[in-house]
Design a protein around this ligand. Structure first.
Ligand SMILES: [Zn+2]
Length: 727
């Protein structure tokens, strides 16, 4: 049986290949020439008058940048359609009539005169229309070799309409055109500015989430399609599908705009009240999940005008520089760029700080977890302790005397914490430093995360590391980022889980499909539930009766820790408070700090307003109010909040008395047996918190004496009422 012969290419097939090759070649050529042609069109601006309407009104395919929503669906960053105003000076030149005159030179001069007349007429009118300076418009008009001068970017619809009218009235078809674009708006102005960030002139993310999620938000570039539409319907067919725009994806944040507003208010009020020279920061985080509810840094800026310096003091300083004849343009430019960089950087992520005593609960957690200390241990403070030949003082110069572990935290006692650190030992201290995540970046989605600075391990663990261990035990002489602190303290109070802080809950496509979501992510387990419960309980006592008592708000269970850290710079203190609520089951944790409250005089520990420069006196009261606001906002019932006036139920049957009290949110405790209430404690008219209980003594008959007393009381009341009416 003969094997089949390998097929040979037959002439017709060769022909098909040739034809296909040719077709592809032609197509490729067509694509290239189409693009060339399109560019030529744009460059020459040879558009019919009505093309302006076409390209400005019918072009809707420009990619819409995605929206950034807060966790309740409030819009934080949105894109709206806008127009660019484009001038073709070359086409304008073509519109100018020929010059008149006897000689070519005369005709040329006449034409030049007519052209200049046109410029003189158009420049001020356009400057007025586009709200820009005349000189710059004039310079563009004079570029007669150019066909593409963008006079204004992203103008709003009102201005675009003005341009259309202007084009019609002045017969400028083809010279002045509008191209579709989108414009980024930040409806909340400066709210959460450092986290949201902003876009550059090309609508690409420049800072914050706008930069970090640019790939998701931007969508497919629709600009080529815009240009194609500008050329009208005569585009060759192969080109049509080339530039299908695709809208950007939306971001859904964990951030809560309501909580963010409270946080920014607390931050700004404190900065002003204490005249904090370097502003401050505030983080609100869900300890159980790591979801960030608010991220505030002061000073902020207006996202709709990110280039403007928002901080008044800095803006004034720049103004003075601008007016100073001895300051050249370059120096001014550098100063302004520096000021912009500062205002765009967040203090909660892009910088590190010395945490001070807010670090003590972390040290205590480690020591308890390792069994190096127990709640029953006692610590003595004489006001000063000698470590490696160095005297280290306690904030209380006379000393705290003998304290329990809890009291050591309540007093924020330095010698006690040095002792706790020493019992833990440098090696384990360092192990917990690592476990709580301080050598690592937190991984939050924002760009520019700063890092911590700690002693090199070989130094810290060496015998010479004794003083390092001592100062580290009360949170000084090293740097961490506020974000790292918020995550570590969350682990202290949430049962020991170090959670990764995150800001973007999900990314959804233009059709609403969830493309990615961020479930809570545990980095590692750091301490046990028992240790966490113990330290969390201690921290509640810090607020109830310790250095954090200024954060206490009646009716709420709040836990926390104060911090005041000297930075090494003269008189530069960072005062802070880390607090959480409800203390028994924290729904959120707040880390609030003011950087450099101005002392009344050099070396003074008081502000001009007489406030002691410390976390307990500055950050704690502001944080307490903030925490109460957030609790109210989240709908937490205030314990003992609403007061009710106790009614008189003496003489009533117990069921009726109980029902009457229950209606007021009060609980009846019945004492004895009987058919009527013979006595009630507290007495009628007493103001009581809802949820309180009333003791009712039962008997078979209300005592006569009580009735007599009551009758006497009522007649006295009538007497008083009547006197008040008559007087
Ligand atoms: Zn002490």
């Amino acid at each position: 049986m003969a094997l089949p012969r390998p097929p040979r290419p037959d002439p017709p097939m060769m022909g098909r290949v040739l034809v296909l090759t040719l077709v592809f070649g032609v197509l490729t050529f067509a694509l290239l020439s189409a693009r060339l042609w399109q560019l030529q069109m744009v460059r020459h601006g040879e558009l019919e008058g009505k093309a302006i309407d076409q390209q400005t009104r019918e072009v809707t395919a420009t990619a819409r940048r995605g929206t950034i929503f807060d966790r309740n669906g409030e819009e934080l960053a949105v894109s709206a359609s806008a127009q660019n105003v484009v001038l073709s000076p070359r086409d304008l030149l073509a519109l100018v009539p020929q010059g008149e005159g006897a000689t070519p030179q005369a005709r040329q001069a006449d034409r030049r005169r007519k052209l200049e007349e046109t410029w003189d007429r158009l420049a001020p009118a356009l400057a007025d229309l586009l709200d820009t300076d005349e000189a710059s418009i004039r310079r563009r008009l004079e570029k007669t070799n150019s066909a593409w001068e963008v006079l204004a970017r992203k103008v709003e619809e009102g201005t675009a309409d003005g341009v259309r009218t202007f084009v019609e009235e002045n017969g400028l078809s083809g010279c002045l055109t509008l191209t579709a674009d989108t414009r980024r708006y930040y409806p909340q102005g400066s709210l959460a500015c450092h986290a949201i960030g902003f876009v550059n002139g090309e609508d690409r993310g420049a800072y914050g989430l706008e930069a970090a999620f640019d790939g998701d938000l931007a969508g497919e570039n629709g600009k080529v399609l815009t240009a194609k539409n500008a050329a009208g319907t005569e585009m060759p067919q192969p080109y049509t599908g080339y530039a299908d725009g695709l809208d950007g994806c939306d971001l859904h944040l964990t951030l809560d705009a309501g909580i963010q507003r409270f946080a920014e208010k607390a931050l700004e009020e404190g900065v002003q009240k204490y005249d904090a020279l370097h502003g401050g920061f505030c983080i609100v985080i869900e300890p159980k999940t790591g979801a960030l509810l608010a991220l505030a840094s002061y000073p902020g800026y207006d996202l709709n005008h990110p280039l403007d310096i928002a901080d008044r003091g800095t803006a004034d300083r720049l103004d003075r520089l601008a007016r100073d004849p001895s300051v050249d343009e370059d120096s001014y430019g550098r100063a302004k760029a520096q000021a912009q960089f500062v205002q765009w950087s967040s203090k909660y992520l892009n910088t590190a700080y010395e945490p001070g005593s807010t670090f003590k609960p972390i040290v205590m957690s480690a020591a308890l977890e390792e069994g190096a200390v127990t709640p029953e241990d006692r610590f003595h403070c004489a006001g000063v302790v000698n470590v490696g030949g160095w005297p280290i003082r306690c904030s209380k110069r006379t000393g705290h005397g003998t304290q329990t572990l809890q009291e050591a935290l309540m007093n924020s006692c330095n010698p006690a914490h040095i002792a706790i650190g020493q019992r833990l030992g440098a090696e384990k201290f360092y192990a917990y430093w690592k476990a709580f995540g301080f050598p690592d970046k937190t991984g939050v989605e924002l760009p520019g995360e700063s890092g911590s600075r700690f002693w090199p391990a070989e130094d810290f663990l060496s015998p010479n590391g004794l003083t390092s261990l001592a100062t580290a035990s009360f949170g000084q002489r090293f740097l961490v980022t506020p974000m790292q602190m918020a995550a570590a303290l969350s682990a202290v109070v949430n049962g020991g889980h170090l959670m990764e802080p995150y800001l973007v809950a999900s990314v959804t496509g233009p059709d609403g499909t969830v493309l990615r979501s961020h479930p809570p992510k545990e980095v590692r387990r750091v301490i046990s539930q028992g240790t966490s419960d113990t330290v969390r309980g201690f921290m509640e006592q810090v607020v109830a009766a310790g250095t954090g008592k200024n954060a206490a708000v009646a009716g709420y269970r709040i836990g926390g820790k104060t911090g005041s850290s000297q930075t090494g710079e003269t008189d530069h203190t960072i005062v802070s408070f880390a607090g959480f609520a409800p203390a028994d089951d924290p729904a959120f944790l707040v880390l609030l700090a003011y950087d450099w409250p101005r002392p009344a005089a050099p070396g003074s520990t008081l502000t001009a307003g007489g406030v002691t420069i410390s976390g307990g006196f500055m950050a704690a009261p502001m944080a307490g109010e903030l925490i109460a606001n957030i609790l109210d906002y989240l709908g937490y019932e205030k314990e003992g909040g609403a007061q009710v006036s106790l009614p008189d139920v003496v003489g009533e049957p117990p069921a009726q008395a109980r029902a009457e009290l229950a209606e007021l949110g009060l609980e009846a405790r019945l004492l004895g047996e009987g058919t009527v209430v013979t006595e009630q404690v507290p007495a009628p008219g007493t103001a009581m918190p809802a949820g309180g209980s009333v003791a009712l003594t039962l008997g078979d008959q209300a005592p006569d004496q009580l009735d007599a007393d009551r009758a006497a009381f009522l007649s006295l009341k009538r007497f008083v009422d009547e006197r008040e009416v008559s007087s």
